[in-house]
Design a protein around this ligand. Structure first.
Ligand SMILES: [Zn+2]
Length: 263
């Protein structure tokens, strides 16, 4: 299992770097806002946050897995893998469960004050581009991964699907935060099922009612199902104010790392 974690982390780093370069290229060709004034400093801070978070999660993973395995044994919940489902159905059910948990996890980070302190650094960005996708406080990354691994160990979801989902969400977050001008007809069609840049931009609105909506990670169905789906027209999205009211959205690494300490 430890070897699988090491191998998957290598792939995750490589694919994350490649996906970021690809998305940054698309943003240059088809920019939505084209706001590039802050990019150098932000990109450095975001890359550093990602690498610190990645390192913290990597170091803590064996301990989290041990704890999860102990909990699994203590609770004796019937594992998903023991239901005798065909492999393809097991993967589909696992993916849906993980994405539902990611939705609930995200809503939790907005609803619980001390978790919001960890998540706030992600929302203080006043411009969005692909790099915002990895602007997460390392403690938020750790708490999110720990929660997912524990729940999935208890449910008995295959670890391979959990790891694949982790990679897919990292890559998909580049897409959903990208500063790209996607034709509205395509965005509208895609967001029937998927979280799109147009849908996720509303989640970064400075307005609290909009910030507390569109929590979905990969699939948009959970927001539609639980009534948290919000939409704005393409023209409104292009000019809407982003960030957190009263928080200036500094993109220095030290400010971002200290964000949870601010009241
Ligand atoms: Zn959020």
């Amino acid at each position: 299992m430890a070897e699988l974690l090491v191998q998957s982390s290598h792939w995750q780093l490589l694919l994350t770097a490649l996906a970021f370069v690809a998305l940054a290229g698309v943003e240059m060709l088809f920019p939505l806002s084209g706001d590039r004034g802050l990019r150098g400093r932000r990109w450095f801070a975001h890359a550093a946050l990602f690498l610190i978070g990645f390192g913290v999660v990597f170091v803590a993973s064996p301990l989290i897995l041990k704890g999860a395995a102990w909990l699994q044994g203590a609770l004796r919940f019937p594992p998903l893998t023991g239901l005798g489902l065909p492999a393809w159905l097991l993967v589909v059910v696992s993916f849906l469960l993980i994405d539902l948990l990611a939705y609930l996890n995200h809503a939790l980070f907005h609803g619980v004050p001390w978790l919001w302190r960890l998540h706030r650094a992600h929302h203080t960005d006043t411009v969005l581009d692909a790099s915002t996708g990895v602007r997460h406080h390392p403690l938020e990354s750790l708490a999110g991964v720990a929660l997912q691994l524990i729940v999935f160990a208890v449910l008995g979801v295959p670890l391979l699907v959990v790891l694949a989902y982790g990679l897919i969400t990292t890559l998909w977050q580049f897409v959903t935060h990208a500063d790209v001008r996607l034709p509205e007809s395509i965005d509208r069609a895609l967001r029937l099922v998927l979280v799109t840049p147009g849908m996720h931009r509303v989640h970064h609105s400075v307005r609290m009612d909009e910030g507390n909506s569109n929590f979905g990670m990969v699939l948009s169905i959970w927001d539609r199902l639980f009534g948290t789906y919000r939409r704005r027209s393409a023209a409104e999205r292009a000019s809407m104010a982003l960030g957190v009211e009263g928080d200036e959205g500094a993109s220095h690494l030290t400010t971002l790392l200290a964000a949870p300490l601010r009241p």
